[in-house]
Design a protein around this ligand. Structure first.
Ligand SMILES: Cc1ncc(COP(=O)(O)O)c(C=O)c1O
Length: 433
């Protein structure tokens, strides 16, 4: 029996059924965009631990920073005794992502913890309770995170969910354009939002709206720029805070530090995690000082948040990303993948849509070229076929029919092309080409 089969059997015996499994792979080590499984087989990584490894597996400066910090101080609990790496990381993040004249930052252990705290902050700052989120959105797996999340498969049997959460249709032009031009579509969606504030909940009850500008788990659906600008304007006029979830889009993934930088807007609050720590558990809530400071002492905190080792890893990650110009790498990887997928679409009728922003690129598998007939079985078969040929790739989409690329952005051109060619061959073979 192979070591990977033994490990899988041990996993199944001890890990509860509810734990998801995106691919059949085991992993024992990683470097850059390459990983090895427990049998020593090598793979190209197009998953990046779900968008966590923009700077690659185990970048040397990050490993060195982790080793150095863990020799000096592993834990203190920031509310008990403050330490410099926490403050330094907050300063760096505020400098990278200014939210208005003065910005404040809170660190967390994860993306969903950042989301939870952003909601707490927005509620305290506005004195309102309602939160508006979107269909297709994913914001994590705590009770509030699941409430804000749209994909029902992630929520089965886990309710009742948190109250005062309202959901708008995400402006998905591919699925819901109804023959309208983009301009007319955006107008219709913005009118629907204003109407929603009359029919579902009054604006005076809404603390914040939370949105992924490019939906991650939802299948890399890109919100139209004019829609976001219009939404931001309406929210501002009605005192609704604008929270952008950058957990999956951040740190070069879209070719910029933040996806919101593509939209000519600045959110009131933003939430971050994943690639900011190269795999160490760390996230952040960033916001305008007037908002962040409307919180009562003691309402924000936690034992591990902003742990010194995670902070050191994050500081080293950000410095390294600047040094290698991560945004340029995001742009370059994105262009190669987008061109490749567009040309593959011409060869394969099962690809209904190719879309993305920067290096957040995906294609949607459908039957009969119909956006409303998702082909999740083909998607699953494709992931398995790729794995057997040495490529780790994962799916997305509320129907599980989207193939997404979240490779490390430091992937070499040769690795990228090798991975894309494995994907192409496997898809054409599965679709009988
Ligand atoms: C957009 C978005 N928000 C929040 C989360 C939750 O982050 P975490 O898994 O670190 O709690 C995720 C995770 O995939 C995400 O993609």
């Amino acid at each position: 029996m192979k070591k990977s089969e033994t490990l899988l059997a041990r996993r199944n015996a001890i890990v509860p059924n509810g734990m998801g499994m995106f691919s059949p792979l085991t992993i024992s080590s990683g470097k850059g965009a390459r990983i090895n499984d427990v049998d020593g087989k090598e793979y190209i990584d197009f998953a990046g631990g779900i968008g966590v490894l923009n700077a690659g597996h185990c970048p040397k400066p990050v490993v060195d920073a982790i080793v150095k910090q863990s020799r000096q101080l592993i834990h203190a609990c920031f509310p008990v005794a403050i330490y410099e790496p926490y403050v330094a990381l907050c300063e760096k993040l505020a400098q990278l992502f200014p939210h208005g004249r003065k910005t404040k930052v809170m660190l967390t252990n994860s993306g969903v913890e950042a989301v939870e705290n952003a909601v707490k902050i927005a509620r305290q700052a506005t004195g309102r309770q309602g939160i508006i989120c979107f269909t297709g959105g994913f914001h994590g797996r705590t009770l509030l995170g699941m409430t804000l999340t749209s994909k029902t498969g992630y929520k089965i049997g886990s309710g009742p969910f948190a109250p005062e959460v309202y959901r708008l249709p995400f402006p998905d032009y591919y699925k819901h354009n109804d023959g309208l031009s983009m301009k007319a579509f955006v107008k219709r969606e913005l009118e629907a939002f204003e109407n929603y504030l009359h029919t579902m909940t009054d604006a005076s009850n809404v603390a914040a709206i939370i949105i992924e500008l490019v939906q991650g788990e939802g299948g890399f659906v890109v919100a139209p720029k004019e829609y976001i600008k219009g939404l931001r304007t309406i929210c501002k006029a009605k005192g609704i805070l604008f929270i952008v979830d950058e957990v999956q889009t951040g740190f070069g993934r879209t070719g910029k530090w933040a996806a919101y930088q593509h939209y000519d807007i600045v959110p009131d609050i933003s939430v971050w995690a994943k690639s900011m720590g190269s795999g160490m558990p760390i996230g952040a809530v960033i916001g305008r000082s007037e908002i962040m400071d409307k919180t009562t002492k003691g309402t924000l905190g936690g034992t591990y948040l902003g742990n010194p080792v995670a902070c050191a890893a994050s500081i080293a990650t950000l410095d390294y990303m600047k040094q290698i110009d991560i945004n340029k790498k995001g742009e370059q990887v994105g262009k190669v993948v987008m061109d490749f997928f567009l040309s593959l679409q011409k060869q394969c009728d099962s690809i209904g849509d190719v879309r993305g922003l920067g290096a957040m690129v995906a294609f949607e598998l459908v039957k009969d070229k119909d956006p409303n007939q998702p082909d999740a079985d083909l998607c699953k078969a494709l992931i398995h076929a790729c794995a057997s040929k040495g490529l780790l790739i994962i799916s997305a989409g509320t129907s599980g029919n989207v193939i997404r690329v979240l490779s490390p952005l430091i992937i070499t051109r040769q690795q990228l092309m090798k991975g894309l060619n494995i994907l192409r061959k496997a898809l054409l073979r599965l679709t009988g080409k």
